[in-house]
Design a binder for this molecule. Structure first.
Ligand code: DC
Length: 225
């Protein structure tokens, strides 16, 4: 019996991190948000006053950055060195440059190495874009979590409106479509469903239903603990 490895990929706004975090909690597994790792590099790039064109410096940051993902009070906190960047990595200034940074080959190589070492012991739920295809091709369970663009934009709109932001649904829909295009069309590790991944469309189901579907897949495995 072993603790298994669960890979969850999918486009922005499909609910990956929420679903992956809850699955991790229920199984008492470690949840690893790989998007947060690319965001942490982007945060450091801005901190150091660099731009997305400073490729050599960005690669040096990716190869030397000290990122920690700590689980505190039911939430994953992201640290760079000892500094808590959990909130700052979600800032629009970071979101804006992270796709450029995530397409630098040497940056991805450094992150993939780190992600593979984090998953080496098993008992891990990892979410991202290339986990099932590239980072953990031997993951025990692979999920491709998706939802329609309209539904993903609606969710994002509700989330931002609840926080008091005034945003246009049309603009959010356009943003999400643009991010999908960037993620799917980049040369290195584009977002695609692994041939052995299970497609889970959350357009018409709740977070809890998605979580239950994944837990059921785990329970169906004979070697699952
Ligand atoms: O999931 P997210 O929005 O936090 O991801 C941030 C960025 O990192 C986004 O541009 C996609 C990219 N990313 C990636 O290229 N590979 C991953 N495994 C995870 C995220």
């Amino acid at each position: 019996m072993k603790k298994i490895i669960i890979a969850i990929d999918g486009p922005a706004g499909a609910g990956k991190s929420t679903v992956a975090q809850i699955v991790g909690q229920r199984l008492n597994y470690t949840y690893i948000d790989t998007g947060a790792m690319y965001r942490a590099i982007a945060w450091k790039v801005l901190q150091d006053g660099l731009s997305v064109n400073d490729i050599e410096e960005i690669i040096t940051i990716a190869q030397s950055i000290n990122i920690k993902l700590n689980y505190i009070n039911g939430k994953t906190k992201v640290f760079v060195d000892e500094y808590d960047v959990t909130a700052e990595i979600r800032d629009p200034s970071v979101s804006c440059i992270v796709p450029e940074i995530a397409q630098v080959a040497a940056v991805r190589e450094a992150m993939v190495r780190l992600q593979q070492s984090m998953a080496a012991q098993g008992g891990v739920v990892m979410d991202g874009r290339d986990i099932g295809t590239h980072v953990l091709p031997n993951a025990d369970i692979k999920i491709f979590l998706t939802a329609s663009i309209e539904e993903r934009a609606q969710r994002r709109w509700r989330e931002l409106t609840d926080k008091g932001f005034v945003v246009s649904l049309e603009e959010l829909t356009r943003d999400i479509a643009a991010r999908d295009k960037k993620d799917c069309e980049r040369d290195i590790s584009p977002l695609i469903q692994a041939s052995d991944a299970i497609l889970l469309d959350t357009t018409a189901i709740s977070i809890e239903q998605a979580v239950i579907a994944i837990l059921k897949l785990c329970e169906e495995r004979q070697d699952f603990v």
